[in-house]
Ligand binder design. Structure first.
Ligand code: TMP
Length: 211
């Protein structure tokens, strides 16, 4: 049986990281071999890139295309070093963000050229798409309020204006409408337990069609 790439997406504070952990435990309890990873930062090189991308440095802005290229570099290394080898071993990969993040944040959020983004996503992934993407849909205000409660404070992207985050949210809605079989919307405003139940239901359906 081949491996599967299951991606979790959404705006800041949508709850994807905790939902992924719960999914991981549940899939493992079913005897499925699971790998949990993320972008940016799923490799050693990627951890350096994540730091460069997210640290807050006053008066040293990162140019928009530079930002796009750094996310692409992180992805290219991640695909080669982590995703492809684990998929080849039949593992189920739970990945925190992937190509749709670039479309939503750099495309809709920053307004960079979509054809450039699509080309870079293709170059970085070699055409490897997710088998399923769970989009946790929460209001931007709700998500950011959750983040503001974090002790670490807001990172460089979280600090962007609310209008930026709203464009990212619209980007996800547009992507979900364009790719209805690959991207499934889950209402992320429900309780953590209810969200997990919905996700497990979606995964149960997919598991039976994949196996
Ligand atoms: P997170 O892993 O904690 O969600 O943070 C990653 C941040 O990087 C988040 O603000 C979204 C952003 N991001 C992009 O802007 N483009 C991308 O391609 C990816 C993967 C993430």
């Amino acid at each position: 049986m081949g491996g599967k790439l299951i991606v979790f997406e959404g705006v800041e504070g949508c709850g994807k990281t905790s939902q992924m952990q719960l999914c991981c435990q549940w899939l493992q309890s079913l005897g499925i071999s699971v790998v949990v990873t993320r972008e940016p930062g799923g490799t050693e090189l990627g951890l350096h890139l994540r730091h460069l991308l997210l640290e807050k440095v006053e008066n040293k802005p990162i140019a928009e295309v530079t930002e796009l290229l750094l996310y692409a570099a992180d992805r290219s290394q991640h695909v080669e070093q982590e995703l492809k080898p684990n998929l080849a071993q039949g593992k189920y990969i739970l990945c925190d963000r992937y190509t749709d993040s670039t479309t939503a944040y750099q495309g809709y959020g920053r307004g960079l050229n979509m054809s450039l983004i699509n080309q870079l996503n293709y170059i970085a992934t070699g055409g490897l798409e997710s088998d399923l993407t769970i989009w946790l849909d929460v209001d931007v205000e709700v998500g950011l309020a959750r983040k503001k409660g974090d002790e670490a404070g807001l990172d460089r992207i979280e600090q962007e204006a609310i209008a930026f985050h709203r464009r990212v949210q619209q980007g996800y809605a547009q992507l979900a409408a364009s790719y209805p079989s690959r991207i499934v919307r889950v209402d992320g405003s429900l309780s953590q337990e209810s969200v997990q139940q919905v996700i497990q239901g979606i995964l149960c359906d997919r598991l039976s069609s994949w196996r």
